[in-house]
Design a protein around this ligand. Structure first.
Ligand SMILES: [Zn+2]
Ligand SMILES: [Zn+2]
Length: 279
């Protein structure tokens, strides 16, 4: 079994997930996973997300009494700095209008490392989800080159930020823009990200939702698994993330097969080491 622990799971405390901690623990035992990390979303520094984080922390803390293999993490996503500043000032995202500037927005994450530790969070997944480079980027039509450039910028930034333990789902894309052929991503970008991960002693995630996406071609799956394998061979520890939201780790068996095909064996996937946990 290549997959032995799951470091990326959303519970019902995430706005887009419904899994209970009971269900996660029950399935994890059934699958023989040693440890599970709960990583609910903290996308913005507004009350709603901070409340979700607080309830995630409280639920995990209570649940750990009967299931100590559960660990509290968080999933962070780059947001635009002007929006972060606006929320800090007004307490809400309501009424925010992105300023028009001539360069991509500076990036920020919802909380500082000390704030996260204050919630009891022990590690963070940092992952790119949408464009942050231009005003109202979320609603823009697909522009492949701009998207690749922006994902590269965010991922490289995450690989260098002290709050990120694991670079989550590299090159995940909700619109599946490059899920036919991964070779559209320039190799030089992948190598830059790899060197930054290595230099900063980060982990990289092999994400079930990306590798086994229903939108991904067979070709993409193979290429993407080879990419993860290459990072592993460069000495970057690879963690598994089911990124479950509604059903728990439902494609991990399928994923095992793809991973075995590119040379992964038992023991190749990492646990987060004790020294890398916070608090
Ligand atoms: Zn994500
Ligand atoms: Zn996630």
């Amino acid at each position: 079994m290549i997959i032995q622990s799951d470091w990326h799971i959303h519970s019902e405390n995430s706005y887009d997930a419904t899994l209970t901690l009971e269900e996660i623990a029950r399935k994890a035992k059934e699958f023989g996973f040693k440890r599970v990390g709960i990583t609910d979303h903290a996308n913005f520094n507004d009350d709603k997300f901070l409340w979700d984080l607080k309830s995630s922390a409280n639920s995990v803390r209570t649940f750990q009494k009967k299931y100590p293999e559960m660990i509290l993490g968080v999933e962070l996503t780059p947001i635009e700095k002007p929006e972060f500043d606006y929320i800090k000032k007004h307490g809400t995202r309501q009424g925010y209008v992105p300023p028009v500037i001539n360069e991509p927005y500076a990036l920020e994450l919802a909380q500082t490392k000390d704030q996260l530790i204050g919630y009891g969070v022990r590690y963070a997944i940092g992952a790119a989800h949408w464009r942050v480079d231009v005003p109202f980027a979320k609603g823009l039509p697909v522009d492949i080159d701009a998207m690749i450039k922006e994902w590269y910028r965010q991922q490289l930034w995450l690989a260098c930020d002290e709050r990120v333990t694991i670079l989550g789902h590299p090159w995940y894309n909700g619109k599946a823009v490059w899920y036919d052929d991964f070779s559209i991503i320039p190799r030089s970008m992948n190598m830059d990200i790899a060197y930054a991960l290595k230099e900063n002693k980060k982990y990289v995630e092999c994400n079930e939702g990306v590798l086994c996406s229903q939108k991904a071609s067979e070709k993409f799956r193979r290429q993407y698994a080879e990419f993860i394998r290459e990072l592993f061979e460069m000495g970057i520890p690879v963690t598994y993330g089911s990124d479950s939201h509604k059903e728990y780790a439902c494609r991990h068996i399928e994923m095992e097969k793809i991973l075995a095909d590119v040379g992964f064996k038992k023991g190749d996937f990492s646990e987060i080491k004790e020294k890398d946990f916070w608090g």
